[in-house]
Design a protein around this ligand. Structure first.
Ligand SMILES: [Zn+2]
Length: 411
């Protein structure tokens, strides 16, 4: 089964390489690209005339929680999100989800850390105990790692690897950034020494090491431990020390503006704009927020962090923290909102925002088979009406999505 896409503006993951180019998909891969001269269609090949449209690599959301939620990946792909990075799950649930993504192209692919490198009674078990309605929550938590020495770290990574995980999620959260009545304050956190061991063991296993941290203090701690990136931007005012620490470690940041806006209770209007096409419970969920951020913080701190880091040349990756039960997030739609916020709140050009959701993620997470329109890569592609490289809002006008070369969304 092959497809020829004709006359498309092509954003290849880095820049606009053609105003009227041609891409041939064969056997699930990008078989040929011509930036000017038409390509001839092989016999039996489907042809898409993409005049006036823009072809992009399928978008990647670098921070979600899939859990067992097939609906999340069924929905995300409708917004052109062909891959999501799952930042802490139950290992068994990730195995089940992987079976679904292998069998079906009409869902986003999922890369996962498996279980985060958690400590006993720390993040996120402390919050799960407070908010979860599940009956078996204690049983769930009892399966989580309790890292405390080399052996427990090696075991954590080996078990993650066994279920197909490809990176490690470190947790550095003492709880002071939130107005939540944790039974213990500060929450137990791993020592710097321990986090260094987690990073080292991850790299030895060929894993990228990415950390949850929300404050400057915690961010500096994990940067000193040598992590490859941060799964959130800090909600503290940005400092030279933070920017310098990112530069020295060459770490990336996944700002997750969408969840910061939900947890500070700000940007209500933005959520409403992006969920105006939704109805009922979907809409309620998407326009909701979960204001748990401690009162002294504001989303402007996050914007200033991201602006300073981007200006210092730090890689910024698009991620949203979308999860089934997190108000103010919705699969796929949150990626469009995150891109819009990068442009309209953090001084990104539309091209810079699109890079953050495509080639920057494939580069930093070593996903060499996707994120860029290049011969040989997977045909995970998104066609939108109009030109999102000039006006980021056009990313919402999804026309066609291909995953593994199969046309799975058609509007
Ligand atoms: Zn998260």
């Amino acid at each position: 089964m092959s497809t020829l896409i004709r006359n498309a503006r092509i954003f290849d993951g880095f820049s606009t390489v053609s105003e009227s180019g041609h891409v041939l998909i064969e056997s699930g891969r990008i078989a040929a690209i011509s930036l000017k001269q038409p390509l001839s269609a092989p016999e039996g090949c489907a042809v898409v005339d993409a005049q006036g449209c823009t072809l992009l690599p399928g978008l990647i959301d670098a921070h979600v929680h899939v859990f067992q939620d097939v609906h999340l990946i069924e929905t995300a792909i409708k917004y052109g999100v062909t891959t999501v990075l799952d930042m802490h799950n139950e290992r068994e649930w990730f195995k089940e989800i992987s079976a679904v993504t292998r069998q079906r192209n009409d869902v986003s692919d999922v890369k996962s850390c498996g279980s985060g490198a958690t400590v006993k009674n720390g993040w996120p078990s402390a919050i799960l105990r407070l908010v979860s309605q599940e009956e078996n929550v204690e049983e769930r938590i009892s399966n989580w790692p309790n890292i405390h020495d080399q052996q427990s770290i090696d075991e954590c990574i080996a078990l993650n690897k066994a279920v197909g995980a490809s990176f490690t999620k470190l947790m550095q959260e003492d709880g002071h950034t939130m107005k939540i009545p944790f039974p213990e304050r500060p929450l137990p956190t791993p020592s710097l020494e321990l986090q260094k061991m987690v990073v080292e063991a991850s790299h030895k296993a060929g894993f990228v090491a990415v950390a949850h941290a929300l404050s400057n203090h915690s961010t500096l701690q994990v940067l000193r431990a040598g992590v490859d990136g941060l799964a959130h931007a800090s909600i503290d005012p940005v400092t030279d020390e933070i920017v310098q620490a990112f530069k020295e470690s060459n770490a990336f940041v996944v700002p997750t503006l969408v969840i910061h806006a939900s947890s500070s209770g700000e940007e209500q209007e933005t959520r409403e704009i992006f969920s105006k096409h939704l109805h009922g419970a979907d809409r309620e969920h998407a326009i909701g927020c979960l204001p748990i951020t401690a009162d002294q913080f504001t989303i402007n701190n996050v914007y200033n962090q991201v602006i300073a880091l981007k200006e210092a040349g730090i890689d910024v990756l698009c991620g949203t923290d979308t999860a089934g039960d997190l108000p103010g997030t919705r699969p796929g739609m949150s990626v469009h909102q995150e891109l819009w916020m990068l442009v309209n709140r953090c001084r990104f050009t539309p091209i810079e925002a699109l890079i953050s959701a495509t080639s920057n993620i494939s580069k930093r997470f070593h996903l060499a088979d996707r994120g860029v329109i290049e011969e040989g890569r997977l045909a995970d592609l998104l066609l939108v009406s109009g030109n999102p490289t000039e006006s980021i809002e056009a990313i919402c006008d999804v026309k066609i999505v291909w995953r593994n070369g199969e046309r799975v969304v058609d509007n």
